[in-house]
Every structure is written in structure tokens, then in C-alpha cells.
Design a protein around this ligand. Structure first.
Ligand code: CU
Length: 162
């Protein structure tokens, strides 16, 4: 019992002195931790995104209605069946009807694009800006073109954050 060995009666003061020292030490540690946290917070920069920022471009596509004989059946489809752009891109779409016998139309309603009929071998050109990200559908707008009219569809994909 060290407190009992001290005879000068200063034990309570000494204890209180140690208490103050502990208090100061604790305070110093807390302040150090806060300061370190603040410095880390101030100097922290989030890692750059893996994807580079999107710069709008002009993109031109050739879209062709293809007619294919499949045994007894004749099938029609768009080539390519998927187009991908970045949001903000200016799109030039050259739509050709490659079906030598039948007219087909073209519709991409999300961008107000619609033409009732493109004669065999003819090309229509559309220009628009891909302003909204999303997955949109294009298709043939001439409902009487062929029995597989409903299958004449494709996807127009606009990448980006809304
Ligand atoms: Cu068609």
C-alpha cells in the first residue's frame, strides 16, 4: 500500500496530480486521434473511376433489313440487331431496306423517328441526339410487310447515367 507509506499527508494531492496527468494524457491522445482523423479526411481523395468520362461523339451506323430464306420460310431481320452509343452522342443512322422484294418501314419511337415505308434497295438517313440513357427498341413500321413482321425488331442501347 504505497499511500500508507507516505507520512507527509500529501497522498490525496499526489493521487489528484496523477488523476490530472491521466486526464491530460487521455485528452492529448483524443486530440491526436481527432487531428489524425481530420488530416486523413482532408487528404483523402476517392479513387478515380475505372471508366473514363464520356465525351459525346458523332456515331454513324448502317442498319440493314436483311431477307433470309430458311427452308420453306422467309425471315427478315435487322443487321445489326443491337446498336450501342453513349448518352449525348450524335447519331447518324442510315437505314437500308436490303429486302429485294418487299418494302419495310422503320420506327424508333423513343426518338420520334418513323418512316412508313422504305422501298427495296432504298436508304433513309436519320440524325438525332441520344439524350437519354436506356434500352430502346426499333422495328419495322409497315405492318403488312411479311408474316414475321413482329419479329423485325432490334435494340438501341444508350449507355450512361441518367
Ligand atoms: Cu417489315
Amino acid at each position: 500500500m504505497p499511500a500508507r507509506n507516505r507520512s507527509n499527508g500529501k497522498t490525496p494531492l499526489a493521487v489528484s496530480g496523477w488523476g490530472t496527468a491521466y486526464l491530460l494524457a487521455t485528452f492529448a491522445v483524443v486530440m491526436l486521434a481527432l487531428t489524425a482523423g481530420y488530416v486523413v479526411f482532408r487528404t483523402y481523395t476517392p479513387p478515380p473511376s475505372a471508366a473514363p468520362p464520356i465525351t459525346p461523339e458523332v456515331r454513324q451506323f448502317t442498319l440493314r433489313m436483311q431477307r433470309t430464306e430458311a427452308g420453306e420460310k422467309t425471315v427478315h431481320h435487322w443487321m445489326p440487331s443491337v446498336l450501342v452509343v453513349n448518352v449525348g452522342d450524335s447519331v447518324i443512322l442510315k437505314v437500308t431496306n436490303g429486302d429485294p422484294e418487299t418494302s419495310h418501314g422503320f420506327v424508333l419511337s423513343a426518338f420520334n423517328i418513323s418512316v412508313p415505308a422504305i422501298a427495296p434497295g432504298q436508304t433513309e438517313t436519320f440524325r438525332f441526339r441520344a439524350g437519354r440513357p436506356g434500352v430502346y427498341h426499333y422495328g419495322c413500321s409497315l405492318t403488312v410487310c411479311a408474316p414475321d413482321h413482329a419479329d423485325q425488331t432490334g435494340q438501341f442501347v444508350v449507355l450512361g447515367n441518367p
